[in-house]
Design a protein around this ligand. Structure first.
Ligand SMILES: Cc1ncc(COP(=O)(O)O)c(C=O)c1O
Length: 314
């Protein structure tokens, strides 16, 4: 269901537990150093993971002694959806829910530019003293001493405050409402979007928006370009340019199941009038969608082409 953009489900970010078990058996625990769960799921539409799913993942992982790590960039948005949608959490605060989420993990990687609203910075959290001692030399060599990790004091302070502010229930409710506001403006104009609307962004279903452009011509990125040219609004394509991989045997491109355009909204930056500008821009592009053409690659490095490729219209 996670691959069906229009199909609604309260927790489309959940890991399929049966598939997780099958994968562990298939590849073997010696090849799995850890399980990483991204809450909320960014690439799949900003969709949340249920607390019950987090708990089950931890139980399965414990059976095989595999550590569980959380990619916590949007753990507070995830907690908000748990509070709103999962039985038994309506009367809990975001802070309580976040704490429970982390109780089902052995550690986390945390980009603090997301929910904690810092301009820069992140952290790795660990429960395991042995592992902590092991990564310290790497931290010092690659980032800086553990008292600052390569960050300026001002930024560390912003991270520390942001970690508290992200747990403010009212701020979060207003943030999610603004993302919903954008989604509703697009939905009422008939623009196909991923449902339910995600936590940090509205994801446009580009396969339905531009059905005449094949994945080999990168429709999601073509739409990002059109939106920027039309309105100066930046969004990001999450489709074939980002996720296609060559088939191991034939070398032919294997395309991802979805072509999405992510319209992410920074926290505490825009008013709803700004959001109207973005919605109106995409609506104008939608009206002339039949005339939009795809893109072809002019230059692409061997890795990270999504970030570094240069393209031209077909
Ligand atoms: C879920 C998630 N984790 C990690 C990152 C990477 O964060 P950073 O740029 O701080 O390394 C991103 C996006 O940038 C993200 O969306």
């Amino acid at each position: 269901i996670a691959y069906e953009p229009q199909a609604s489900h309260p927790f489309k970010g959940n890991i399929d537990i049966a598939k997780l078990r099958a994968l562990i058996t298939e590849v073997g625990i010696e090849k799995i150093p850890f399980i990483m769960l991204t809450i909320t799921n960014n690439a799949g539409g900003g969709q949340p993971v249920a607390m019950s799913n987090l708990k089950e993942v931890k139980e399965v992982a414990a059976e095989y002694s595999i550590p569980v790590f959380i990619d916590a960039a949007r753990c507070a948005e995830n907690a908000y959806f748990v509070q709103q949608r999962e039985e038994g959490y309506q009367n809990k605060t975001l802070a309580e829910i976040i704490r429970e989420q982390f109780s089902y993990s052995d550690g986390c990687a945390f980009s603090c530019k997301k929910d904690p609203m810092a301009n820069i910075g992140g952290l790795i959290g660990l429960n395991d003293e042995g592992l902590y001692q092991k990564i310290l030399p790497l931290l010092i060599a690659q980032e800086g001493f553990m008292t600052y990790g390569g960050l300026a004091g001002r930024d560390l302070e912003a991270v520390a405050r942001g970690l508290y502010e992200m747990t403010d229930d009212d701020l979060m409710a207003n943030r999610i409402r603004q993302v919903e506001y954008l989604g509703e403006r697009l939905d009422e104009a008939g623009i196909p979007i991923v449902k339910p609307i995600g936590g940090h962004a509205v994801f446009v279903d580009v396969a339905a928006f531009l059905p005449h452009i094949p994945q080999s011509h990168f429709p999601a990125d073509a739409l990002a370009v059109e939106l920027y040219v039309e309105s100066g609004v930046r969004a990001v394509g999450l489709g074939a340019l980002c996720f296609s991989v060559p088939d191991e045997r034939t070398g032919e491109a294997v395309f991802p199941k979805m072509e999405l355009l992510r319209m992410a909204i920074p926290r505490r930056v825009y008013t709803d009038r700004h959001i109207d500008v973005a919605a109106e821009g995409l609506k104008r592009v939608y009206e002339r969608r039949d005339r939009i053409r795809g893109l072809r690659i002019v230059h692409a490095p061997p890795v990270l082409r999504h970030f570094l490729a240069r393209l031209e219209p077909v």
